[in-house]
Design a binder for this molecule. Structure first.
Ligand SMILES: *[C@@H]1O[C@H](CO)[C@@H](O)[C@H](O)[C@H]1NC(C)=O
Ligand SMILES: *[C@@H]1O[C@H](CO)[C@@H](O)[C@H](O)[C@H]1NC(C)=O
Ligand SMILES: *[C@@H]1O[C@H](CO)[C@@H](O)[C@H](O)[C@H]1NC(C)=O
Ligand SMILES: *[C@@H]1O[C@H](CO)[C@@H](O)[C@H](O)[C@H]1NC(C)=O
Length: 320
């Protein structure tokens, strides 16, 4: 009797394990067409959809996978010109979404922010080369840590892009989207922000108020290859953890003490190559103290210092 119940017990465990390992979380291919579905590294489905013609072809996801976790959804080479409905993935637990070379007109709105029903699950969103203007509204996505969008056409990042409930967003990259301006307080609710990348855009004007106050976790600001002429005096105020600032390829002519002295001591990297820097007494303050290990840029004037590297300058070169 004892032997029997033990073997029943073992059989039950074995049977359970086999079923669990053998279970394919994906529906049969004919139900997912034109998408494919296969178990990913976590055992949960990774869904790939190439060349979708409209958003309704994604509809099967919310019905078939109800209550189930999805490791990643990748949509490529598709045209989803109708707005992505706010609730398209309701019922599933999606952790990462990638849109590659896919035309989308709008992702969420102020009335219905993106991905309702996913607030507790999406950790990572990556959008690359969406062929047209995208208007984004995110709110209450408490797990969202990474948002990256590049190769899109966006002239203005509006104040409605990142609303409340995004306190875990650590890494925001909006590089190479043709952005000309960033709305007042556009990123100010992202209180957990550590990395901000706005490089390769057409930004002329940056204001302190686009960022949280204080920006307690902000470590890295990448603004290279824009059209910035100067930073406002308060730009680095209340950024206790800032360590790296990249401003290469802009139109900056000087490095004012009033702007930089607040954070200078703590910075480990300041990159200013490719700016029309004038090396005169306005930057002498830098050579009266230590400067960051990683400090790059070169003088374009006065003539006697043209081409001289910032890290090789001395007070003597500046006439002291
Ligand atoms: C989406 O595509 C499917 C299949 O090609 C078609 O039946 C449907 O009418 C399309 N829906 C819209 C809104 O265009
Ligand atoms: C999407 O299209 C590009 C360019 O035609 C191609 O290189 C890429 O492999 C396609 N993506 C997929 C997942 O098929
Ligand atoms: C996206 O839109 C652009 C411009 O409207 C078009 O040239 C391109 O072919 C579209 N891409 C896809 C995948 O539909
Ligand atoms: C983007 O969406 C916001 C709010 O949903 C709206 O006010 C704004 O006009 C839209 N912008 C564009 C370019 O469609």
């Amino acid at each position: 009797m004892k032997g029997l119940s033990l073997s029943l017990f073992l059989f039950a465990i074995l049977g359970f394990t086999v079923t669990k390992l053998g279970a394919n979380p994906c529906p049969p291919p004919e139900e997912t067409f034109p998408c494919t579905c296969e178990p990913g590294s976590t055992g949960y489905p990774v869904i790939r959809c190439n060349k979708l013609k409209n958003i309704t072809q994604l509809g099967w996801i919310s019905t078939i996978s109800k209550g189930q976790a999805v490791e990643k959804l990748i949509v490529s080479n598709s045209s989803l010109l109708s707005p992505i409905p706010g609730d398209i993935f309701r019922g599933i637990i999606l952790s990462a979404l990638r849109l590659e070379r896919t035309n989308v007109s709008k992702i969420g709105s102020v009335e219905i922010p993106a991905f309702q029903g996913q607030q507790g699950s999406i950790v990572d969103i990556f959008i690359f080369a969406v062929g047209r203007v995208v208007n984004v509204t995110f709110a209450n996505m408490h797990k969202l840590e990474y948002f990256s969008m590049s190769g899109c056409t966006v002239s203005h990042v509006g104040p409605h892009w990142f609303l409340e409930g995004l306190e875990n967003m650590k890494d925001l990259s909006l590089y190479d989207n043709g952005i000309e301006s960033v709305g007042n307080q556009a990123f100010s609710k992202l209180t957990g922000l550590e990395f901000l990348d706005l490089s390769y855009n057409q930004i002329r004007d940056v204001q302190r108020r686009i960022l949280p106050w204080p920006a307690s976790n902000l470590y890295f600001i990448e603004l290279s290859d824009n059209k910035i002429q100067y930073l406002p005096n308060d730009f680095f105020a209340e950024m206790p953890n800032l360590r790296e600032v990249y401003l290469a390829g802009n139109d900056i002519t000087t490095i004012p003490e009033a702007t930089w002295s607040k954070v200078w001591k703590k910075l480990v990297a300041v990159w200013l190559e490719g700016n029309p820097l004038i090396c005169d007494n306005k930057i002498a303050w830098i050579y009266k103290r230590d400067f960051p290990d990683d400090f790059w840029g070169e003088c374009t004037g006065p003539e006697s210092l043209d081409g001289k590297q910032l890290q090789d300058l001395t007070l003597k070169d500046l006439g002291y």
